[in-house]
Design a protein around this ligand. Structure first.
Ligand code: SAM
Length: 261
């Protein structure tokens, strides 16, 4: 593995610190679902996951797939790891995106596609639990609470589909090559979730947060003329900023506008 040249454009920052790998493993609850990993890298996290359970792992880079098959041949032949060479974002179906039945997703996500991957995992009802590492700022957005400055459309979506929770930070020195930024590991528990929301809800949230420091009424007015009286009916202050409104209130506003429950 020593001679492998990392591909920056695929977000290849490999987690080399054994203690952080162990912390990720310890963060995964015991659940009766298929374990899935996105991005095996040099296989350090993958081999520890395989000690815990058999897993299905996706990797876009054919060179890394070949290296893994060579260095971890026994994990492949024993079927402890089912390795799939694939760009996950090219898999079309939304439900049962990475597996046809319920699954738990664990990944040190490539930074450049972390947000679209998490959004697809949120929408996929087969995904029951996620433990993921992303750039710290992205993790903060998914895990923020109402009234915190990081609270945004991603926070509302995370709370709509599950229960997000920030777990721990990982310094850049834990990686090779070291990224410029700090990373964080967080989880989203979707086990109890029955939420059904389509892309129209995401568009609505984009409009609501289009100018995060302006008033929510002003942001939504562009799309919905009667927003001031609707906010009044829902007992939401007309000078509220987008981050001051709760996930539940966003659902109420959406339901009134689209008559969708
Ligand atoms: N799990 C390893 C670790 O913790 O060191 C690697 C993590 S590295 C941040 C992200 C991995 O995802 C890389 O191996 C990269 O090649 C792979 N990857 C990037 N984009 C991908 C995609 N669209 N589909 C599948 N794998 C991808």
């Amino acid at each position: 593995m020593e001679n492998y040249r990392t591909k920056k454009h695929l977000g290849q920052n490999f987690l080399k610190s054994f203690s952080y790998i162990q912390q990720i493993i310890e963060s995964i609850p015991t659940l009766p679902y298929q374990l899935i990993e996105i991005g095996i890298g040099l296989g350090d996290l993958t081999q520890e996951l395989a000690k815990r359970d058999s897993l299905k792992a996706y990797e876009v880079d054919p060179d890394l797939c070949s290296l893994f098959r060579k260095h971890f041949a026994s994990l492949i032949t024993s079927k402890r790891v089912e390795l799939i060479q694939q760009d996950v974002l090219e898999i079309e179906q939304d439900q049962g995106w990475l597996h046809p039945s319920e699954y738990v997703l664990v990944s040190n996500l490539p930074y450049y596609v972390a947000t679209p991957i998490i959004l697809r995992l949120l929408r996929d009802s087969a995904c029951k639990y996620l433990v993921v590492m992303t750039q710290k700022e992205v993790a903060q957005k998914f895990c923020a609470h109402t009234k915190e400055s990081a609270f945004c459309a991603l926070s509302v979506l995370a709370q709509t589909f599950g229960k997000p929770q920030m777990l721990f930070d990982v310094p850049n020195t834990a990686f090779e090559p070291a990224p410029k930024v700090t990373s964080s590991v967080f989880c989203i528990d979707k086990i109890q979730s029955t939420a059904r929301r389509d892309s129209r809800f995401e568009e609505f949230l984009k409009t609501a947060f289009c100018a995060p420091r302006k008033k929510l009424a002003k942001n939504l007015q562009k799309a919905f003329k009667d927003i001031t009286s609707l906010l009044d009916t829902l007992h939401i202050r007309d000078d509220a900023r987008p981050h001051e409104v709760s996930t539940e209130q966003y659902h109420h506003i959406y339901q009134h506008i689209y008559k969708e429950f």
